[in-house]
Design a protein around this ligand. Structure first.
Ligand code: SF4
Ligand code: SF4
Ligand code: SF4
Length: 291
């Protein structure tokens, strides 16, 4: 039974992101999100670098290390990202909270929850940090309709209007490459993005990893290794995007630091011996409730 506060409040007894209600066009109409999202994505790059509540994103790492100022920025950022107020200002990243999801849950989202049309757009985090366009951000419903009108998000080469089955195939390909599956409210209470991210490029993951801002929840799971099956080859160490796996070459042992594990499950794809498996976070006392 998941314990994350979003699941308890918005999951109808299960995981919040498997509650189809959050994907519906009814929510779009209720909050007039068609205009809101069009305005937000027309100005996506500018919004990412503009001041939020008086603080400029430039030199954020330095500012976060200043004792009082750092705490104020962190608290304000979390308040904004976790906001459950009705979306009103498209120029603010309010109500944009997400969670890491392993391959199985990403597939369940695509098969059971995602509203059509489904498209795959260019990842803007990679574009803004590395200048490359890679299509790996899967959108649903009204969000897809909006992106369809904004040429810079449209992949040059890849087919981007996807059937449900094609979306599952694409998400699986990305996950096998080691990209981190993530699902997002954008804005709360509407879910419209299933992403395949890299760290540190992802603007949602980086604040968490580098600055300990709760910008994304860890998955409902943690990874564990079967000692009988593991041959200590070290392939999973390279694959883990969060540096959670360590190898002791002398003793030929491999360990996952459960507190560092985000439960993305991509280490499993690198293992030649099928030695890694996911366990629900809440069954492991060391990490239960620690999202
Ligand atoms: S959230 Fe992930 S896939 Fe989506 S735009 Fe950012 S890095 Fe790309
Ligand atoms: S050890 Fe945890 S964080 Fe690292 S790849 Fe595996 S599931 Fe993801
Ligand atoms: S990839 Fe598999 S076999 Fe190799 S060290 Fe990791 S868990 Fe062990």
């Amino acid at each position: 039974m998941p314990m994350c506060d979003f699941c308890l409040k918005h999951g109808a007894g299960g995981k919040w992101y498997l509650n189809a209600k959050h994907y519906s066009n009814k929510i779009v109409e209720k909050y007039n999100l068609r205009d809101f999202l069009l305005e937000q994505y027309k100005n996506f790059e500018q919004i990412s670098i503009r001041k939020q509540m008086g603080f400029n994103a430039v030199g954020l790492g330095y500012k976060l290390r200043i004792p009082v100022i750092g705490r104020i920025i962190k608290n304000n950022a979390e308040k904004l990202l976790h906001s459950k107020k009705a979306p009103s200002n498209p120029f603010k990243a309010g109500g944009h909270i997400g969670q890491v999801v392993p391959l199985e849950d990403g597939i369940a989202i695509l098969e059971n929850c995602a509203t059509e049309p489904i498209i795959e757009k260019n990842c803007m985090c990679r574009y803004m940090t590395r200048g490359i366009k890679e299509s790996c951000c899967i959108n649903f419903g009204v969000m897809s309709e909006i992106i369809d009108k904004l040429p810079r998000f449209i992949p040059d080469k890849d087919k981007f209007h996807l059937t449900r089955k094609e979306a599952v195939q694409r998400f699986t390909q990305h996950n096998r490459k080691g990209y981190i599956g993530t699902i997002w409210f954008g804005p709360y209470p509407y879910i419209n993005n299933l992403c395949s991210c890299e760290s540190p490029e992802c603007a949602g993951i980086r604040p968490r990893v580098d600055f300990n801002i709760l910008s994304i929840y860890k998955a409902e799971y943690v990874a564990q290794i079967s000692e009988e099956k593991c041959i200590a080859c070290g392939e999973c160490v390279e694959q883990c995007p969060f540096g959670a796996i360590k190898i002791d070459k002398e003793n030929r042992t491999v360990k996952i630091n459960l507190l560092d594990c985000y439960g993305c499950g991509v280490c499993r794809h690198a293992c030649p011996n099928d030695a890694i498996y996911l366990t629900p976070r809440d069954l492991i006392p060391e990490v239960a409730g620690k999202y």
